[in-house]
Ligand binder design. Structure first.
Ligand code: DAT
Ligand code: MG
Length: 151
């Protein structure tokens, strides 16, 4: 089993709506390991680099405006299978299609305000954690509960 990392971000709407604690809590309770966390005003250049694969999309300018419209909460989470599991916890891109019980399914109503980002592959997890965090912002530690989460 491969230990992976994923970049999770509460988007500006999630911060404005007071959903930060609720969202972090879901990853914490699941049993993944938090490695980095910050409230952060994203500069335009970083938003563009993060979403560079979507540059040709019609919604791209609005997406960049949205992500840079207020502070975000940036997180790096680590664990076996964390990338795909986080995507399941998050739910479909369109919150109206997202299953109840998922973050978007429970907390959002529109794609353009879908409250959270999660990396879509282990490679992108690494890329995005490296993009949003400096080396000295990432903590290497062993949670006390580790032996109670995995045998
Ligand atoms: P996800 O965030 O689920 O990985 P994505 O990577 O395809 O989805 O797109 C990134 C973000 O761009 C998404 O969270 C919201 C926005 N977006 C995607 N498709 C959109 C659309 N058709 N209209 C408006 N915004 C869209
Ligand atoms: Mg994506």
């Amino acid at each position: 089993e491969q230990v992976e990392e994923t970049y999770i971000m509460v988007k500006p709407d999630g911060v404005q709506r007071g959903l930060v604690g609720e969202i972090i809590s879901r990853f914490e309770k699941k049993g993944f390991k938090l490695k980095a966390l910050k409230l952060f005003q994203c500069p335009k250049e970083l938003a563009e680099e993060h979403y560079k694969d979507l540059k040709a999309k019609s919604f791209y300018p609005k997406l960049i405006d949205y992500i840079t419209s207020g502070p975000v909460v940036s997180m790096a989470w680590e664990g076996v299978g964390v990338v795909a599991s986080a995507r399941k916890l998050i739910g479909s891109t369109d919150p109206l299609q997202a299953e109840p019980g998922t973050i978007r399914g429970d907390l959002a109503v529109q794609t353009g305000r879908n409250v959270i980002h999660g990396s879509d592959s282990p490679d992108n997890g690494k890329r995005e954690v490296g993009l949003w965090f400096k080396e000295d912002e990432i903590c290497q530690w062993t949670p006390a509960q580790a032996p109670w989460l995995r045998e």
